[in-house]
Design a protein. Structure first.
Length: 308
């Protein structure tokens, strides 16, 4: 039986899944990503994760952090989460390690492909997917295919300027981008700043996490409510603008921040709706259905395409 391996390379962990060509996930393996040891160690870990699946595979697909050139399979650029990753011949070097065909794309693109293949985006012609977690990433699918743009750089939704992020420094070096207000670290930092050193919170004995901020919001904590609503408002401004431009038939959200509850979601939906032009009013906005497995399914699909 033909089997595929889907690999998701992130700054902290590398996951692999054994998947059939029909999209049945059979097994998983996860290893820490040795990001600080450099690209060779990261590639060795990806290859090791594939072997840990315990069965021979016919092709491998990879969703990786960074901007990936779909033509060459090289990493065009990456953040400090993977030092030295920019310029890595991801496709060629991993194929050499495994002796197998390898397909490569950005991890958010793989996430979107997975949701379209086996998840909430199935059957939709034009899909906008945003992942909101450590950063804010995006992908546009048209007829089930990723719109890559020039050099694979399309989809950098986290760097849209929005009024709610005005003046805030973004990890990319810019100012006022949605990621600076809507990402998990951004909201956590905002809570710490606003809450100060209150015992048990913020900069006190128990530093804030987004999970704590979310929990406090549902206990009525005014600072937590302010932070969640501000982050959702910033994201909603970006989503509303993107929907007006792209007119997708579905918007999907993934990533850890999307697991926040009604305070965040209600604010997001209200903000998006307030920015939509009449022609796209009512565009569905939903959470993805595959969670962290989405990128693994999508990566496996890349492997299937590499095998063809």
């Amino acid at each position: 039986m033909t089997l595929l391996a889907g690999v998701d390379i992130g700054g902290t962990k590398t996951a692999a899944a054994l998947v059939t060509p029909e999209g049945v996930l059979l097994d998983r393996a996860t290893l820490p990503t040795p990001a600080r040891q450099g690209p060779a160690a990261v590639l060795d870990t990806a290859a090791r994760a594939v072997t840990l699946l315990g069965r021979p595979v016919d092709a491998v697909g990879v969703g990786s952090a960074g901007v990936i050139d779909p033509g060459t399979g090289r990493v065009r650029s990456a953040t400090s989460a993977l030092p030295g990753w920019g310029g890595t011949d991801l496709r060629g070097l991993l194929a050499a390690r495994l002796g197998l065909p390898v397909g490569v794309d950005n991890d958010v693109n793989a996430h979107a492909l997975g949701e379209h293949w086996r998840g909430a985006a199935a059957g939709h012609a034009c899909v906008l997917l945003l992942t909101v977690g450590t950063g804010v990433g995006g992908c546009v699918l048209i007829d089930g295919r990723v719109h890559h743009g020039a050099g694979g750089a399309a989809g950098e939704a986290g760097h849209l300027p929005v009024p709610a992020a005005a003046g805030l420094p973004c990890p990319c070096g810019g100012v006022g981008h949605v990621e600076a207000a809507a990402s998990g670290p951004a909201m956590t930092a905002a809570y710490r700043e606003l809450a100060g050193a209150r015992p048990g919170y913020g900069t006190g004995a128990a530093p804030a996490t987004l999970r704590l901020v979310n929990s406090l919001a549902y206990e009525g904590d005014p600072t937590a409510l302010t932070v969640l609503r501000a982050g959702a408002t910033a994201l909603g401004e970006a989503v509303g603008g993107l929907v007006n431009v792209l007119a997708p038939d579905l918007v999907l959200l993934g990533g850890g921040v999307s697991r926040c509850g009604p305070v965040w979601w209600d604010t997001l939906r209200t903000t998006v709706a307030s920015h939509l032009v009449p022609a796209v009013a009512g565009t569905p906005l939903r959470a993805g259905s595959l969670g962290d497995d989405a990128a693994l399914y999508g990566a496996a699909l890349l492997g299937r395409e590499a095998l063809a």
